[in-house]
Design a binder for this molecule. Structure first.
Ligand SMILES: N[C@@H](CCC(=O)N[C@@H](CS)C(=O)NCC(=O)O)C(=O)O
Length: 61
């Protein structure tokens, strides 16, 4: 699960890091689901985007 901010200002996301990651996932043809944050990021860095694995582990960088 990719956690991200919702679309804004005509962009798929106001975060360039989200746009970059989603573009890469599409180019690499890696299937994924995404959800919009409704609370502060739960990643260790406190930043978005981050990935929640099926196991529940959170991956951020
Ligand atoms: N190293 C991260 C950086 C992500 C990042 O800086 N995200 C911004 C949004 S564009 C953020 O969450 N900022 C919140 C903060 O700095 O507290 C990446 O490449 O994805």
């Amino acid at each position: 699960m990719l956690w991200k901010l919702p679309p804004l200002w005509g962009l798929p996301s106001p975060s360039p890091f989200v746009v970059k990651l989603e573009t890469w996932l599409r180019m690499a043809e890696i299937p994924y689901h995404s959800r919009h944050l409704s609370r502060p990021p739960q990643s260790r860095s406190g930043k978005i985007p981050y990935i929640e694995l099926v196991s529940g582990e959170l991956v951020s960088w």
